[in-house]
Write a protein that binds this ligand. Structure first.
Ligand SMILES: Cc1cc2nc3c(=O)[nH]c(=O)nc-3n(C[C@H](O)[C@H](O)[C@H](O)COP(=O)(O)OP(=O)(O)OC[C@H]3O[C@@H](n4cnc5c(N)ncnc54)[C@H](O)[C@@H]3O)c2cc1C
Length: 438
């Protein structure tokens, strides 16, 4: 059998790694449109510092997949304890997750958060949106003080317009924990992310590279390929591309699901549904600043809507290879929608807004405090779970599925998946392939 995989990110590469063991498969072809592989699992080097598309930490609820990832990284990994904070205001840093350090809030806000949690008028509502979920589980206080503003900033839309698929898994904090946290007694919350791993050197791309190195001669990788059309003839697939025609028995797609209609049966109805899938893009800025700033913390969430970025991460926290003496390297994240005000900004305007935000946080006093900087934009960053997400995604997956295509990856399956979940998906697809052949 001959297999084609569309897309050379971690979904495509890990699927090839798992499938190459199958004896029935003679050849696996990976088709990537860019001149480089890696997709979102790439890292960029400026001076000696590697930075990712937003810091990519390694963690997983699935122990088996975590072990696969850690094994493949070999010695190139550090285990790090989380120290994330919410910059509530200039004087108040609250440990993440927010509800675990309520006592740090100004007194009036603390009472608001605690009372609305303990006597929650939303505790019996039926949950249809992300906003309902937050109100029901955390109360109006925690919602209005942090969860609402922060999420509006990331999603660039109101949480009442988002469904619950992404948040359903977050547990309701126990009353006792909230009471303790209001009194100043330490609690942790979200323990599965308390410790994470990160490559000692090379950024997260070294994880991708480690997977890539495991590919055997059975796998052929083509980059800079323009895919033109896919036809299905007698249970075989023929892919017309800028690098020639590929004929195969099975196609796995990890490319954005909303674009697949362009290549297969250009129907108006598929196009219409595809255009309803929503996503956010992201700007990543890396800024090296004079002095040691931000304390012994990694990610700092910024719910303040007057500041352009929602998260700023101190890369020095990741180890000595990500740190330059007498300076601090921050990675800054700004989401945006196509054609929005931020989307239309030039790099100069973006930097200007970032400087204004850093000044507001007292991280810099003047532009001269910055040693060097870099900016990059990525079109596909976050899947948006708008209220019709499930219906539209299922419609497309079912249609293409009936035609024998398989989809995986963050964009192929159009789900908010981290790389561990993408690798798990690839593993499960490879197992299912075996089963189908039996
Ligand atoms: C800001 C941010 C932070 C994140 N943080 C974490 C984290 O801390 N931990 C974690 O585990 N995960 C994190 N993730 C998620 C992680 O990046 C993804 O789960 C993973 O990289 C997705 O891999 P993928 O192969 O599915 O998709 P991609 O990496 O998007 O790969 C898809 C590939 O398909 C190619 N392609 C597109 N169109 C075509 C076409 N027409 N023809 C051929 N090729 C095409 C693309 O060029 C790309 O190479 C984060 C993501 C973002 C955006």
């Amino acid at each position: 059998m001959k297999i084609v995989i569309l897309g050379g990110g971690i979904a495509g590469i890990s699927l090839a790694k798992f499938l190459q063991k199958r004896k029935e498969i003679n050849e696996i072809i990976i088709i990537e449109k860019e001149s480089y592989l890696g997709g979102l699992l790439r890292s960029f080097k400026i001076k000696k510092i590697f930075y990712d598309v937003g810091p990519h930490i390694i963690f997983s609820k699935n122990k088996n997949i975590l072990n696969v990832i850690l094994k493949i990284l070999g010695k190139n990994k550090n285990k790090i304890r989380r120290s994330n904070k919410i910059i509530y205001d200039q004087n108040t840093l609250i440990k993440y997750p927010f509800e675990n350090e309520l006592y740090k809030l100004p007194k009036r806000d603390l009472n608001f958060a605690l009372n609305k949690f303990l006597k929650n008028k939303f505790s019996n509502i039926s949950v249809k949106t992300m906003k309902d979920f937050f109100l029901k589980n955390f109360g109006e206080g925690i919602f209005k003080l942090y969860l609402g503003p922060y999420n509006n900033k990331i999603w660039k839309m109101n949480t009442s317009k988002l469904d619950t698929q992404m948040v359903d898994r977050i547990p309701r904090p126990p009353d006792d924990d909230i009471i303790k946290s209001a009194k100043g007694i330490d609690t942790e919350g979200y323990k599965h992310q308390l410790y994470f791993h990160y490559p000692k050197k090379g950024g997260i791309q070294s994880l991708f590279d480690a997977f890539f190195k495991k590919l055997t001669k059975k796998v052929r990788v083509f980059t800079s390929v323009k895919l033109n059309k896919i036809n299905r003839i007698n249970k075989k697939y023929s892919l017309k591309t800028s690098k020639g025609n590929f004929v195969c028995d099975k196609v796995y797609s990890t490319i954005p699901l909303n674009e697949f209609y362009k290549y297969y049966k250009k129907s108006v109805s598929l196009k219409k549904t595809s255009e309803k899938l929503q996503y956010n893009s992201i700007i990543i800025a890396m800024i090296n600043i004079k002095g040691n700033i931000g304390g012994d913390n990694f990610a700092l969430m910024v719910p303040n809507k007057e500041i352009i970025f929602h998260r700023i991460s101190k890369l020095d926290f990741l180890g000595k290879n990500y740190s330059i003496k007498n300076s601090t390297t921050f990675q800054i994240e700004i989401t945006f929608k196509n054609k929005s005000k931020i989307g239309k900004m030039t790099n100069k305007e973006i930097y200007k807004n970032i400087y204004a935000g850093l000044k507001k946080l007292n991280f810099i006093k003047r532009k001269q405090d910055i040693n060097f900087q870099s900016i990059k934009k990525f079109k596909y960053a976050y899947v948006i779970y708008n209220l019709n997400h499930r219906k539209n995604v299922d419609k497309l997956l079912n249609y293409y599925g009936e035609h024998g295509f398989e989809f995986l990856g963050r964009w192929g399956s159009w789900e908010y998946l981290n790389s561990d979940q993408v690798i798990l998906q690839a593993f499960e697809k490879s197992k299912k392939f075996n089963y189908e052949k039996k």
